[in-house]
Design a protein around this ligand. Structure first.
Ligand SMILES: [Zn+2]
Length: 98
């Protein structure tokens, strides 16, 4: 299993990341799939790496510690890897702009 397979994703209602304001309108499953997000599911902003949670209506809010307690050890590990990946990609993008 590789968590970073091709990103085709599932269309979601457009919602801005509460931290970086990037408009997010697709999700992909890091484990299994296809992704069918529902309120309460944890996701990751591809723009800034912030861990987010879907709200009713599939808006987004920043995850709280109690949201993270719902995740399995495998989910926590894969999410941390994906977050590192997003942060590294962001550092590379910033370096390329300078
Ligand atoms: Zn963001």
């Amino acid at each position: 299993m590789t968590p970073f397979r091709s990103f085709k994703g599932t269309k979601t209602p457009s919602a801005a990341c509460p931290r970086c304001q990037k408009l997010l309108d697709r999700v992909d499953a890091l484990i299994g799939g296809p992704a069918t997000p529902k309120p309460g599911d944890v996701t990751l902003c591809i723009g800034c790496g912030t861990i987010l949670v879907f709200t009713p209506g599939l808006g987004l809010r920043i995850a709280r510690p109690d949201d993270m307690e719902e995740l399995s050890p495998e989910q926590t590990e894969v999410l941390a890897m994906a977050r590192q990946f997003v942060k590294q990609a962001r550092i590379i993008r910033q370096a390329e702009q300078n």
